[in-house]
Design a protein around this ligand. Structure first.
Ligand code: PMP
Length: 314
């Protein structure tokens, strides 16, 4: 649907208002370069996860009355929003460090939030991951399971990527993207490479996260666990690559120290007027590192808003 038609249309539900997010050139931060960011925090649930959840729920078996996911934030909010529209019961299991604002946000949509733990093995009964699996098993709830589901990267292949391609008329030289579950970079990366194999796809993650080694073909350790990884940047970085990640469409992964990511969050707000989350600061800091080596248009994604982290980063 052409842009003008879409924005002037009355949607039947807020889920139809997902997508068609704006592109902004980062003129001040990357003066003299062509760096374009897609503002995914403009989605109604506040993040890029609205697209993933909408796509996954379209593939839900008929008759489901209850949905569940383990999430500390954006996926939980997107699922709670979609469940409200569909009249479904929504359970979200969260790790202990989840902020009160995020919990309240999910509850505001009517979701039931269960507090679990993150620093324990998955087999532990209080692990927030295993709690979601248990709710799915015991109550017949549909489990979104973003870290393993192929539907996660498919959402970006069928929705985010074609939209980006159309908005830019295919004029993309580099796609630089943060990696959490890997759904965004894998889905968009595949689409872009199929259209134009010359497009270079570069992932960005915090220091000591596992994707750099996975793409370089180096096992971080025998079981692929990167060991002591920890970060204050929410949404990006993993101790082990997730099942949804597709290394075949990623040319390189670079790593960014947390303090640089936070610094770029501040700079995005003050120099570009873009109040974006920590993972956007991380990818912007990654672009700053790459810039001297790249020639052409760099396109990136800003997944969520700084409003989620006002007391944490700002
Ligand atoms: N940034 C934020 C704020 C996120 O919540 C996520 C999702 N974990 C990402 C980046 C990374 O996206 P993906 O999971 O598709 O790799």
């Amino acid at each position: 649907m052409p842009h003008s038609e879409r924005v002037s249309q009355i949607h039947d539900s807020v889920l139809d208002a997902i997508g068609n997010t704006p592109l902004v050139r980062l003129r001040r931060l990357f003066h003299g370069h062509d760096v374009v960011a897609k503002l995914e925090f403009m989605n109604p649930g506040g993040s890029i996860k609205d697209r993933m959840v909408r796509h996954v729920l379209r593939h839900m078996p008929p008759g489901v009355e209850r949905v569940v996911e383990s999430s500390s934030g954006n996926t939980g909010a997107a699922l709670a929003m979609a469940a409200a529209v569909g009249g479904l019961r929504c359970d979200v299991t969260v790790p202990e460090q989840t902020s009160v604002e995020k919990i309240r946000r999910m509850e505001a949509y009517g979701a039931v939030v269960h507090r679990g733990m993150s620093g324990v093995p998955e087999a532990h009964g209080r692990s927030y991951l295993s709690m979601a699996e248990r709710i799915a098993r015991e109550h017949g709830a549909f489990h979104v399971d973003q870290y393993r589901s192929d539907l996660n990267r498919q959402a970006h292949y069928v929705d985010t990527a074609p939209e980006l391609w159309a908005q830019l008329d295919g004029r993309i030289d580099y796609f630089v993207c943060g990696i959490g579950s890997g759904g965004t970079i894998s889905g968009i990366g595949r689409f872009l490479k199929e259209r134009d194999p010359r497009i270079v796809v570069i992932g960005v993650e915090p220091l000591h996260s596992a994707y750099r080694a996975a793409v370089a073909g180096i096992a971080a350790s025998k079981d692929g666990d990167s060991g002591t990884f920890s970060t204050v940047i929410e949404g990006v970085g993993k101790r082990k690559p997730c099942g949804t990640f597709d290394a075949a469409v990623v040319d390189d992964v670079i790593q960014v120290p947390d303090d640089m990511a936070v610094d770029y969050c501040h700079r995005l707000a003050r120099e570009e007027g873009i109040l974006a989350g920590g993972s956007s600061g991380c990818v912007a800091a990654g672009i700053a590192q790459l810039l001297p080596k790249l020639a052409g248009r760099i396109v990136t994604i800003f997944p969520d808003s700084g409003v989620n982290y006002l007391s944490k980063y700002f």
